[in-house]
Design a protein around this ligand. Structure first.
Ligand code: MRU
Length: 352
């Protein structure tokens, strides 16, 4: 399997704290911050210092370790420690609502809290070890996604992506951009078109930054341009990430993804989702059940602190949309590329 060496590590458990790249500062600054308490982690996720579905999953897992360390310093019984920590874990899950990786990773930590027979210190150690394990596994999973995805990238392809499903949305390597990295390792003539991704511009601020850092040729376009380039025959495939995928393959991703998928279908361009199995929520039958995060008015009314519209205008700002499964050519996971009928291929993937 071709492997690409990426320079980027988004989040890492280091010296009893969670060290992460502060993504609110891009593209002006690339700096790390240390998150040292559970509440600080809640805010780091909510305020998008760390963002991207797999990355916030790991951040959530680290956050539970931080809460455990704090509670471990209080003079409370083991039973009280456990019940308080479970409360904190459930609170952590409310920091952002759409990406299911957060709930998945926190639930993994809750299983340890509920099933451990160890002392308080022992539980803290088990949670820490599990946080580090989930962190390292994330990179391995992304490399597998990359390997499977690279097989369907045509030689010399131009790949369109939306938002940032890269190393900076994960612990490292990336999901959609993991596919790009693995494909580029085999064929350095491939190219990326990155949608800017209004309103928070993760495509412009984050995707172009990380691909440029890793030396992958990238062209930035604004969101409305994608069908223009598709019609001109300049896009060969689309690969995006996902924040939550229902049992029937309907996939929530950053707002604007659905438009890209419709345009790709119209122009007969394959549209792929790249995501780990932890992004698939088999408890929901269809995408209609996915909770869509509503974000602030200022994200739409302002750019870089400056108002760009009539101050009193009405605003609606959903953070995500749901692409219906019939627009998706395949879901690239760590166990292979799932194809329609997704209800069946997803169910089978969970049996592996
Ligand atoms: O709001 P964000 O930046 O946390 O959004 C998440 C995303 O980056 C995307 O929707 C992404 O494509 C899926 S996460 C790999």
């Amino acid at each position: 399997m071709a492997e690409f060496q990426s320079k980027i590590r988004t989040i890492q458990w280091t010296n009893n704290c969670s060290r992460m790249v502060d993504q609110t500062k891009f593209p002006y600054e690339y700096k790390y911050v240390d998150i040292t308490s559970g509440d600080e982690m809640f805010h780091a996720i909510r305020d998008m210092i760390v963002r991207g579905a797999p990355a916030i999953g790991i951040a959530g897992a680290h956050g539970i370790v931080l809460y455990a360390i704090e509670l471990g310093k209080q003079n409370i019984s083991r039973d009280e420690f456990i019940s308080k920590l479970i409360e904190k874990a459930d609170y952590m899950k409310t920091s952002r609502p759409t990406a299911v990786n957060l709930m998945w990773a926190v639930e993994k930590q809750k299983e340890i809290i509920k099933n451990s027979t160890s002392s308080i210190d022992g539980i803290i150690k088990e949670l820490t070890d599990n946080g580090i394990k989930l962190e390292n596994e994330d990179i391995e999973i992304n490399k597998k996604i990359g390997g499977f995805g690279a097989e369907v990238v045509p030689k010399g392809a131009t790949i369109l992506t939306h938002c940032n499903a890269g190393a900076l949305a994960t612990v490292g390597y990336g999901t959609a951009l993991g596919v790009v990295r693995s494909a580029f390792a085999k064929d350095n003539t491939i190219r990326v078109f990155a949608d800017e991704t209004r309103p928070r511009q993760q495509g412009a601020r984050i995707t172009t930054l990380e691909l440029t850092m890793d030396g992958i040729p990238t062209t930035l376009i604004t969101d409305g341009m994608c069908s223009y380039f598709m019609k001109k025959g300049m896009i060969d495939m689309v690969v995006v990430g996902a924040d939550r995928i229902a049992a029937n393959g309907d996939a929530a991703n950053k707002i604007g993804t659905y438009t890209v998928a419709i345009a790709a279908k119209y122009h007969n361009i394959p549209f792929y989702i790249a995501a780990p199995l932890s992004t698939i929520d088999t408890s929901i039958a269809t995408g209609d059940e996915i909770v869509i995060e509503e974000r602030s008015r200022e994200e739409v009314t302002h750019i870089n602190g400056k108002i760009i519209c009539a101050p009193e205008v009405n605003i609606i700002n959903p953070g995500f949309d749901v692409t219906p499964n019939e627009l998706i050519a395949g879901i690239i996971t760590e166990v292979g590329i799932l194809r329609p009928n997704y209800r069946e291929s997803i169910a089978k993937a969970f049996l592996k």
